[in-house]
Design a protein around this ligand. Structure first.
Ligand SMILES: NC(=O)c1ccc[n+]([C@@H]2O[C@H](COP(=O)([O-])OP(=O)(O)OC[C@H]3O[C@@H](n4cnc5c(N)ncnc54)[C@H](O)[C@@H]3O)[C@@H](O)[C@H]2O)c1
Ligand SMILES: [Zn+2]
Length: 364
């Protein structure tokens, strides 16, 4: 199959996401076609380097590869100190204003390298090569970059669009199972909020997809990229439409915060969050009971979720009040009335949310 190309309209112009098996070997040619640069700097993590460095370097040589910089991409190291370290290495490696950064890795590498590209010499060129499922369907698209502070996640950053995104499903072959499954929850999210056909496909094919069936991936990944492209192209900043990408996430962030980010991979927390949001929509009589069940069944078929946090539901609801969507102290949540659509609802009575959380570990 020839590569798929999906255009994204951003504030600083249009860029393309190219999706296709084995396109990594053409990364150099595609990068070169973006125009002159004074040197390509490949940024990646130790694990990505172990599996893909040789291939990436071979390909990027033709685009003017100058140096490969490897940095720690654990969530604990997604911070300003890492940004400073990478920037200093760039200075020492002679990167000037016309340098081009190629970020190869998961969401952490993309967020850190993206923020470096946005701020180094007030902005240098950026190409994303996402190598996790989460990064291919989500974090490499939409221009959000940034790092964490001890006070919270992603609190410092910038909107900064790449010049190109290259998503090669072959790179997913080296991803650990749990990481891969974590991405499947975000894929289900796109089905619920924006693409009923995708949701129906997932109901039929979640088994093969979980086994990384190439055909299933080829259908699903570009479809998610398209869904995200539609949402962020119309509304690049966090307002209005973009909020729907947060489906399941207000709950998820509370679960992650309550467990100090140690218990869940992000997608797993989103899995629980989508079950909670669907049950809440059912309780509010927005979503028919059969559709609540469809969403919950699909989420559970991805695999076993880690148990719920031991924190009391009232504490979780308290944490949910720190969400960006809260207005005047009132809870607002993204919910669905019909699979394939979503919107923000509020104010929502905390009591309703507590009730949903009270019974969340009980299968319906
Ligand atoms: N900017 C956005 O819009 C956005 C959206 C969603 C998530 N995020 C951020 O993304 C991060 C999560 O990203 P993630 O889920 O991709 O995980 P990750 O970046 O933490 O990567 C997980 C692990 O897999 C390794 N890895 C990456 N690709 C691999 C491959 N092909 N083979 C083997 N190992 C590989 C990484 O080195 C890392 O150790 C979070 O920090 C989150 O805040 C950002
Ligand atoms: Zn997410």
């Amino acid at each position: 199959m020839s590569p798929r190309r999906i255009a994204i309209d951003s504030e600083n112009g249009r860029y393309e996401v190219v999706y296709g098996a084995a396109i990594l070997s053409g990364a150099g040619i595609r990068t070169k076609s973006l125009g002159e640069n004074s040197g390509v700097f490949l940024l990646c993590s130790p694990r990505v380097a172990r599996h893909w460095r040789a291939k990436l370097e071979r390909s990027l040589r033709s685009a003017g590869l100058r140096r490969t910089l490897i940095f720690d991409d654990r969530e604990e190291a997604k911070n300003i100190a890492t940004v400073e370290r990478v920037c200093r290495e760039l200075v020492r490696a002679g990167a000037d204003r016309r340098a081009l950064i190629v970020a190869a890795g998961g969401g952490v590498v993309g967020d850190v390298a993206g923020f470096v590209a946005a701020s180094y010499l007030r902005g240098v060129g950026l190409v994303h090569i996402p190598t996790t499922l989460v990064a291919q369907v989500d974090s490499a698209i939409g221009g959000k970059t940034g790092v964490n502070l001890p006070e919270g996640k992603n609190l410092v950053g910038a909107f900064y669009s790449p010049r190109l995104v290259l998503a090669d499903p072959v790179t997913l072959s080296t991803l650990p199972d749990r990481e891969f499954r974590s991405g499947l929850y975000e894929i289900i999210k796109y089905g619920v909020i924006a693409d009923e056909r995708l949701f129906a496909f997932l109901e039929n094919s979640i088994g093969p997809l979980a086994k990384r069936d190439v055909k299933a991936l080829d259908f699903v990944i570009p479809r998610c990229i398209q869904a995200k492209a539609r949402v962020v192209s119309r509304d690049e900043r966090e307002s209005g439409l973009r909020e729907i990408l947060n489906f399941g996430h207000t709950f998820a962030h509370a679960f992650e915060t309550a467990t100090a980010y140690r218990k869940y991979l992000h997608g797993e927390a989103v899995g629980w969050g989508m079950i909670a949001a669907s049950r809440l929509a059912g309780r509010m009589r927005l979503l028919a009971a059969e559709n609540v069940d469809r969403i919950e069944r699909l989420v559970r078929r991805v695999g076993p979720l880690p148990s719920l946090p031991s924190a009391k539901p009232s504490r979780l609801v308290e944490i949910m009040h720190a969400d960006k969507k809260v207005r005047g102290g009132k809870l607002r949540l993204v919910l669905t009335r019909k699979i394939g659509t979503a919107e923000t609802f509020g104010p929502i009575a905390p009591k309703l949310v507590t009730e949903v959380l009270d019974h969340l570990d009980r299968e319906t």
